[in-house]
Design a protein around this ligand. Structure first.
Ligand code: AMP
Length: 184
């Protein structure tokens, strides 16, 4: 028998992930509480449930590309792409990609940076899901969405493992486009 598809309202899953997330105070700078997802990834059953739950709202939405944001967005985005039968596209820090690329700048909760994708990573009209581990201010995801639109992609939505809502990321991205398993 096929197991039921978990959803983002799976409260048992939320509690299980919450129990395994590690808060690291003052990393990478004083005043930042870093949300370390590595204990979640290290548990194969929990990791699988997370991937199912983050993919579930986008099943049947004809997503053709999943963009994962460097670096932890790769770890979640690649298995979500496989779960949705979509291709995977890395959005990288500037200067890392070998082929001709397009870049967008953004400001972070800590510092400022840019995000870059290969210019042929997304084809005109492709339906795109953007994935990352943590939504903080939303600057990274917003810049990634601008890249998707510059390349002619249609943004289906954003999927995050967790959102730090007090930093207003969902408002910046548009609440209706954001799904997240945990909210702080
Ligand atoms: P932002 O652009 O402010 O939404 O920042 C999101 C990016 O920074 C994501 O790629 C996150 O992985 C990372 N990030 C920001 N704040 C945190 C945090 N408190 N813990 C872990 N990662 C974070």
């Amino acid at each position: 028998m096929t197991p039921p598809v978990p959803s983002l309202t799976d409260t048992t899953l939320v509690a299980d992930v919450n129990a395994r997330l590690r808060d690291v105070p003052d990393f990478p700078k004083p005043g930042i509480v870093f949300k370390d997802i590595t204990p979640v990834l290290a548990d194969p059953r929990l990791f699988g449930r997370v991937i199912n739950a983050m993919s579930a709202p986008f099943r049947g939405q004809h997503v053709t590309k999943v963009v994962g944001v460097e670096a932890r967005g790769f770890l979640l985005g690649a298995p979500i792409a496989l779960a949705l039968n979509a291709g995977f596209v890395p959005a990288r820090k500037p200067g890392k990609l070998p082929h001709r690329s397009v870049v967008e700048r953004y400001s972070l909760e800590y510092g400022s940076d840019g995000v870059e994708m290969h210019e042929d990573a997304i084809l005109q009209g492709e339906r795109v899901l953007i994935v990352d581990d943590v939504l903080a201010t939303g600057g990274t995801a917003e810049a990634t969405a601008r890249l998707v639109s510059r390349l002619g992609g249609e943004l289906v939505g954003f999927s995050f493992l967790l959102s730090l809502d007090f930093l207003e990321g969902p408002n910046r991205l548009g609440r209706e486009r954001v799904t997240t398993l945990l909210t702080f």
